[in-house]
Design a binder for this molecule. Structure first.
Ligand code: HEM
Length: 310
């Protein structure tokens, strides 16, 4: 039996202190610890749960690719949210911390854009166009994390549609602002007030939470955090580059890859198929139409005018 080493005593002392502070018995904890089973990879990573989460609706062999790639995207979005959360919650935010977090966010966003070929090139055209018919009215449009990223990144008024941008203020209230969000254009006929089933279901499930998040992010979203720095701060230029890179990747590069993919599957033979979410997708998905810009202060007038085309 091996002896207790002097350096292990220090660890034991720390455990004692920790449990004393909690008013708990460190001895009982250590005894319990001695019964613990060794950690395994499969339990720690929850591999079996993860691999049981694919439930195709058809027998087409390429449908699992579609499901898994959406799941990969949701995990990458979760990584982005995880980093953004630390920036928006930071009490004494430093340029160095901001830069590290933004570099991570850019890394994840880069994986999202570089890997989109899994969709564009990685599925059989005919199979996709059969199994997608079984999925309506579900649409990637209903990804809540995609909206959470937007709301964490910028002032909510930067997410309204271009027809009212600069013309409405926060005074109109969150309910009115939400009706004007650019993404409602995918499913709301503003003349009749009619909404697609895809939009209605999404609003029912997530809108209250998204409004509450927008309220919380008002003064501490990523844009506001960045604006709290001064140009004279060490590392300002790098931070600015990193945040601009993210704006361009998330709001131009990814949307263009996504649109190109939609064009391939839904319109490469000029047949302009209806999307599962029922939007006028060719117009709606183009970044030059959406004009979604998280950090407008960091782009020139010319760049903003050409948004989506560079
Ligand atoms: C073959 C692959 C894909 C096609 C053809 C496609 C097509 C579309 C279309 C036509 C829309 C417009 C809404 C509608 O009417 O349904 C849309 C929206 C959307 N899709 Fe996809 N999609 C694909 C893959 C993905 C993937 C892998 C994701 C990742 C989560 C995704 C996320 C989204 C999001 C977030 C929106 C809303 C975009 C916005 O509001 O700017 N899509 N998609």
């Amino acid at each position: 039996m091996s002896e207790i080493k002097p350096e292990q005593l220090g660890t034991l002392q720390k455990i004692n202190e920790k449990y004393d502070a909690l008013g708990q018995d460190a001895g009982a904890f250590l005894k319990g610890f001695s019964h613990n089973k060794p950690v395994t990879y499969w339990d720690y990573v929850e591999v079996e749960t993860l691999l049981s989460l694919q439930r195709p609706r058809t027998d087409f062999p390429d449908e699992p690719i579609f499901i898994m790639y959406h799941q990969v995207t949701e995990l990458l979005l979760k990584l982005i949210v995880h980093e953004l959360q630390q920036v928006v919650d930071a009490e004494n935010l430093t340029p160095a911390f901001f830069k590290i977090k933004l570099e991570r966010v850019n890394r994840y966003a880069g994986v999202l854009t570089q890997s989109f070929s899994v969709m564009r090139e990685g599925m059989d055209y005919e199979q996709y166009n059969e199994f997608r018919l079984a999925l309506a009215p579900a649409s990637g449009f209903q990804s809540a994390q995609f909206r959470i990223v937007e709301i964490m990144c910028t002032d909510i008024l930067n997410l309204v549609n271009s027809r009212v941008k600069g013309k409405i203020s926060e005074d109109v209230g969150m309910d009115q602002i939400f009706e004007e969000l650019y993404w409602k254009d995918a499913g709301l006929d503003r003349k009749t007030g009619k909404k697609t089933q895809t939009l209605k279901m999404f609003e029912e499930k997530y809108e209250d939470d998204l409004k509450s998040l927008a309220g919380k992010m008002k003064s501490k979203n990523l844009l506001q955090q960045f604006l709290s720095f001064k140009e004279s701060d060490l590392g300002y230029a790098e931070m600015k580059n990193a945040i601009r890179e993210f704006d361009h990747t998330y709001n131009v590069v990814w949307p263009l890859s996504h649109l190109k993919t939609a064009e391939y599957y839904l319109n490469s033979k000029g047949e302009n198929k209806a999307a599962t979410g029922g939007s006028e997708w060719q117009k709606y998905l183009h970044p030059a139409y959406q004009r979604r810009v998280f950090f407008p202060q960091l782009w020139s007038e010319e760049e903003l005018k050409n948004w989506g085309n560079f």
